[in-house]
Design a protein around this ligand. Structure first.
Ligand code: NIG
Ligand code: FE
Length: 390
């Protein structure tokens, strides 16, 4: 998909040439440079399929121990996500299971989840920590995320989410825990994390606390992300914007002022329709206001054991259309070009243009809207990362 006035940037009967893992030509087959056309080292025939950039899942929590199927049952029985969290379940139950798991177990289970994403066209995935909530386990999660991505031939971007919840041993002392996040976790994450994130919510951290985390991260060269306005409007989007965060994620309760602040700062909205669905939310993110403000919108799975156990990027695309009213074209851009911007990879991934990494997905479809249309089908024929099919 080349950005252009053509819907989806479609190039009919197109060809892509790759050298040393980078795209060197994209355009109509008839315009292939003659030296490439006459001496190709290797040809992969599309046979009438569609090629898109490899999908970029820019928001996941896929390193974790255990699962939360019992919590799922309890929520179906009427308990709310917030009630479960206040009672010490929810995120904290995954923290206990993650601390109890060995590094090898975490690497194997995360690898299996990444393999599922890859089988559905994903070539780049962002993975957060946040189920350790102690120095050693948080850093271990980041290490595991990178290793599991290498194991599965998928590019990983890692994010420290120490400020995800208050661990039980903090015994309610928020300042002591935030000191640990800012003074120990963030410095220790340099080199193993690319970004820092926090959960700005009534059940988690206040805007002021999140600001401290993002500013400390920025001081250590980690760009910011923020879980914002998911369950209530406490001004999270504006905090993300004020801190120069690359994204604000969820945004169901974001106000128009929050949208304007994001537009001014260039903070990208990331929509996570899986969490909206699983938590039985009613309030939808302000998509019309985002469009009006000229914001491009990213879409991700939020793959995690609690609020979004969705391991299919295509289901996330589908839900972004059905639940939030995105067009299939917006949805696909949200998991390619716009997702790349969130991960500081704009122009080099998530796009099929000269110079970009040759990360591609080949689909057995007749129209790109099919990527949002099917639910549960997988039309992905092949994934190519760095020019190599695998
Ligand atoms: O993005 N909102 C906070 N964090 C995750 C959920 C984590 C969990 O429930 O385990 C989210 O929805
Ligand atoms: Fe999340």
């Amino acid at each position: 998909m080349v950005p252009s006035a053509t819907p989806y940037g479609t190039v009919p009967d197109g060809a892509i040439a790759v050298t040393d893992g980078r795209v060197v030509f994209v355009g109509p087959r008839g315009e292939l440079p003659s030296e490439v056309a006459s001496h190709p080292a290797r040809v992969i025939a599309g046979d009438g399929g569609w090629v898109t950039p490899g999908l970029i899942d820019c928001h996941t929590h896929l390193v974790f121990g255990g699962n939360r199927a019992e919590e799922f049952e309890a929520r179906l029985g009427g308990a709310s996500y917030e009630e479960i969290a206040w009672a010490g379940g929810g995120i904290l139950s995954t923290v206990a299971a993650t601390r109890a798991a060995s590094e090898d177990e975490l690497r194997a289970s995360a690898g299996a989840r990444i393999a599922t994403l890859r089988a559905h066209g994903v070539t780049t995935v962002e993975i957060k920590s946040g189920y350790g909530l102690e120095l050693e386990t948080e850093i271990q999660m980041l290490r595991v995320a990178r290793a599991a991505g290498d194991d599965q031939d998928v590019t990983t971007v890692t994010t420290l989410l120490g400020a995800h919840a208050l661990p039980p041993e903090a015994a309610g002392d928020r300042d002591v825990y935030l000191d640990l996040v800012c003074e120990e976790m963030i410095p220790a994450a340099v080199g193993v994390a690319d970004a820092v994130d926090a959960f700005c919510e009534g059940i988690a951290f206040t805007p002021e606390e999140c600001r401290r985390v993002l500013q400390t991260g920025a001081g250590h060269g980690l760009y910011g992300r923020l879980h914002a306005d998911q369950l209530s409007d406490i001004g999270g989007a504006a905090v993300a914007a004020a801190c120069g965060a690359r994204s604000a994620d969820h945004l169901e309760y974001t106000s128009e002022a929050g949208v304007r602040a994001m537009a001014q700062s260039g903070t990208v909205p990331v929509l996570l329709p899986g969490a909206f669905l699983y938590l039985n939310e009613e309030r939808r993110p302000p998509v019309a206001a985002m469009r009006e403000a000229g914001l491009d919108i990213a879409v991700a799975t939020d793959l995690n054991p609690g609020s979004s156990p969705i391991a299919s990027p295509l289901i996330a695309l589908n839900l972004a259309c059905l639940l939030f009213g995105l067009t299939p074209e917006e949805s696909l851009a949200g998991m390619t070009r716009v997702a790349a911007r969130v991960l500081d990879m704009e122009g080099s991934r998530g796009t099929l243009t000269e110079g970009a990494h040759a990360d591609l997905a080949l689909w057995d479809i007749e129209h790109p809207a099919e990527l949002s249309y099917w639910m549960g089908a997988n039309p992905c024929r092949t994934v190519i990362r760095g020019g190599r099919a695998g």
